[in-house]
Write a protein that binds this ligand. Structure first.
Ligand SMILES: [Fe+2]
Length: 402
């Protein structure tokens, strides 16, 4: 019984400490400092917390009752204008996003790959959709005990990929969102207002979704109809939703010239952004059929990192005693040997890897050029040509060839 009254106590203590500290410093600094002092990851047991709340007659005032972020998102302490929120992650990966609140977060159990970016806009500032360059800044492995601050707006643009199932994180945050600027989600080439609530636009998207699902003969007519009078934001959303549902951008490409003529420079980024979304969706979906934490780690790196050297750097950080290139190839081989439902392809990777392809990838990871790697991997000129042509084009493996 004692455990049942105890496991929420550190979170109340944490909230009290934030209340005490915030008069001396910014809220984000107070949240980070309080997390480092109270160290809520120590002795944390999610099972114990679940049992306690299951048997309890009370709970703190809840934010995000529908658990739109975190599955579930449970408020553990509430102090009016800020709260302490526990987020449980099973297969969810956060998109690349910014925040309309400030605070700090940490991992309570499991581990997450945390990636930060910056965005250089080259179209109208604060529009519902902005074109620009999304630049990779840093990736790190976050484990219990590491605290990161959250600042409002574009100062912190990040994504978090959770390795363990579940991973549990804790956020100390202000309760009310700053609505003075759109809250952007980012994709390669675009910043998109993710909380835009134009009733007609949202209903059009929902009806397009219905059409894509149930009225395939009408899809084109519906897409044409919406695009003819759409804002740039809605045009992008239509292309993105259609491509994700169809699994391809090919049948949508013919809309681009008219969209560029109508919406100007921002539409130049639509194709790049949709292709990037398709690639990420493919990896996120595959991650759902992969349970092994090391394999999920590899998928996280392939999804998030820009190039081979950053992939290898993070593998070395997690496994300093092992040979990073060999480990990556071993994980790929293990994934290629697993069974999965036929709709995912021959294995969870979606493509076969034979001995020559393994050798080819190992040489690439060791720094060889595509031509040299192919010649080392096979004696046969036709097989060499095939390796050099096919493997670098596999979208899942793209960072290994940069
Ligand atoms: Fe975040």
């Amino acid at each position: 019984m004692k455990a049942h009254t105890h496991s929420r106590a550190p979170f109340e203590e944490l909230a009290d400490r934030v209340s005490a500290l915030r008069s001396q410093m910014s809220f984000a600094e107070a949240a980070a400092k309080a997390l480092e002092e109270i160290r809520p990851w120590q002795n944390f047991s999610m099972e114990e917390l679940v049992s306690e709340i299951a048997a309890s007659g009370t709970i703190a005032k809840q934010q995000d009752l529908d658990s739109t972020f975190g599955n579930p998102a449970v408020t553990l302490a509430h102090r009016g204008d800020f709260h302490v929120q526990l987020l449980s992650w099973r297969d969810g990966t956060t998109s690349i996003h910014e925040h309309a609140f400030e605070g700090a977060f940490c991992v309570l159990s499991g581990a997450s790959v945390h990636t930060t970016y910056r965005f250089e806009s080259d179209t109208a500032p604060l529009a519902a959709v902005m074109g620009g360059s999304l630049r990779f800044v840093n990736t790190e492995l976050l484990e219990p005990g590491e605290v990161r601050s959250i600042s409002r707006g574009a100062e912190l643009i990040h994504s978090v990929f959770h390795l363990a199932r579940p991973s549990i994180s804790l956020v100390v945050r202000t309760s009310f969102d700053d609505t003075s600027r759109p809250q952007y989600e980012y994709v390669d080439g675009l910043a998109v207002d993710s909380f835009r609530r134009d009733a007609l636009e949202l209903r059009k998207l929902q009806l397009l979704d219905l059409s894509l699902d149930c009225y395939p003969n009408q899809q084109e007519k519906v897409v044409d109809g919406i695009l003819a009078s759409s804002s740039a934001w809605l045009a992008y959303r239509v292309l993105e939703l259609s491509a994700l549902r169809l699994g391809s951008f090919a049948s949508l490409r013919h809309h681009l010239p008219a969209l560029k003529a109508k919406h100007g420079e921002v539409a130049e980024s639509f194709e790049r952004a949709v292709l990037s979304r398709l690639r990420l969706a493919n990896i996120v979906n595959r991650r759902c059929i992969v349970a092994d934490e090391e394999h999920r780690f590899l998928l996280a790196l392939l999804m998030l990192l820009p190039d081979r050297s950053s992939v290898l750097e993070l593998v070395r950080e997690r496994h300093p005693d092992l040979d990073a290139p060999e480990l990556v190839v071993r994980w790929l081989r293990e994934l290629a040997a697993k069974d999965c439902e036929a709709r995912w392809g021959p294995n969870p990777l979606g493509f076969e890897i034979d001995d020559a392809a393994e050798e080819f990838l190992l040489c690439i990871l060791l720094g060889d050029s595509i031509e040299t790697a192919a010649s080392k991997a096979s004696q046969s000129p036709s097989r060499q040509a095939e390796l050099a042509l096919v493997v670098p084009r596999l979208s899942l493996l793209r960072p290994l060839f940069v």
